[in-house]
Write a protein that binds this ligand. Structure first.
Ligand code: F6P
Length: 348
């Protein structure tokens, strides 16, 4: 195990960088404190009134997903902890509109308070994702800029251990919550994602709805050692973005949530501002890649707060290869791409 630097120690050191860093550190500290109390609540589950059931009246969040009791609770806890901080703007998956708070403040935060909430009742990992950006000249444009403008991003996984993954733009560290003193302690520093992989994650029940390049890639993985990659692949799908990302950070892999032909899924399922942007920042900081298949996710400026985006992230060689499949497909205008794509069935 890595040396046991505490998150507090890191934040204290980081905050010495200047007034902006001080604000970012305070925000991370508040989110970490909220996550400790969420972790305690989640680990008690039904013993503490959490059922994983939809809220009364089946309310839906800004994305149209049914809100679970823990979604609402997590949103409240994070808001309470962030309340005391000077934030110019605040965005949450659970809230339709951007909340303008103190336009003179230097940072803005977007959160997904509880990612993977369909996993709650199944006792599987869920998480909290956050993105911190510098306040732009016009505060209402806080989350209309490319993901390259993020100052910090991170996520917490409430799993067998509660872990906090963090980047402030200088690599990725992982802290594990020690429940004997409720402190986050660094258990991995400078995480590096292996460039190649033989493990993929995709909800394959949507196969018939995917575009040709995605089908081609998954067909090649399924062909294993008989296919163009000449190796067997393993498949994992947890249905919780934070858990998939954590797995990729620890042992490599590729995750795909592409756009598909279902109604409302043209740009996939994941949200750009508080899911894809922070995850892409973390992936790149750990030496991985993050793309829609056609462009780098961090280069995309959101058109709206809850915009969805296709997300292909993880081991960088695999991300680039899937981009090549998309480019080949585009170049051929959709004709016979799966058969003639680079490393496709007829071009091994
Ligand atoms: O953002 C919501 C989310 O739960 C992600 O955590 C996860 O990757 C995805 O949706 C699961 O989607 P599906 O319902 O298609 O398995």
């Amino acid at each position: 195990m890595d040396q046991q630097l505490q998150l507090n120690d890191f934040l204290e050191k980081y905050s010495q960088g200047g007034p902006l860093e001080l604000r970012v550190a305070a925000a991370i500290d508040a989110i970490a404190a909220a996550s400790v109390s969420l972790s305690q609540k989640i680990s008690k589950g039904a013993l503490d009134g959490i059922t994983g059931e939809a809220t009364k009246g089946q309310e839906r969040n800004a994305d149209g997903d049914v809100q679970k009791d823990l979604d609402v609770y997590a949103d409240r806890v994070l808001r309470e902890h962030l309340q005391r901080l000077p934030l110019a703007a605040f965005a949450s998956e659970e809230e339709v509109n951007l909340e303008i708070r103190d336009p003179g403040a230097s940072i803005c935060i977007a959160i997904d308070p509880l990612d993977g909430s369909s996993n709650i009742e199944a006792n599987m990992s869920v998480g909290t994702i956050f993105s911190i950006v510098r306040t732009p000249a016009e505060v209402s444009a806080a989350f209309s800029l490319a993901g390259t403008n993020q100052l910090a991003a991170g996520f917490v996984v409430y799993g067998p251990q509660t872990s906090l993954v963090l980047t402030t733009g200088d690599g990725v560290d992982i802290y594990t919550l020690d429940d004997s003193d409720n402190l986050y302690k660094r258990t991995r520093s400078r995480v590096t994602i292996p460039a190649s992989t033989s493990e993929y994650a995709i909800n394959s029940s949507n196969y018939r709805h995917w575009e040709v390049p995605v089908r081609t890639y998954i067909d090649q993985c399924l062909a294993g050692s008989d296919g163009p990659h000449e190796k067997n692949f393993n498949m994992r799908w947890i249905g919780s973005l934070v858990a998939e990302a954590y797995r990729i950070l620890t042992r490599g892999g590729i995750f795909l949530y592409p756009g598909d032909a279902r109604d409302g899924y043209g740009e996939g399922r994941l949200r750009l501002v508080y899911e894809a942007h922070p995850m892409s920042f973390i992936m790149e900081q750990a030496g991985g890649g993050a793309s829609t298949g056609r462009e780098r996710v961090l280069d995309i400026a959101p058109r709206s707060l809850h915009q969805r985006i296709p997300l292909i992230m993880g081991s960088v060689d695999e991300v680039r290869y899937i981009e090549e499949l998309h480019a080949d497909f585009g170049a051929r205008d959709g004709m016979s791409a799966p058969l003639f794509a680079k490393r496709g069935l007829f071009r091994v």
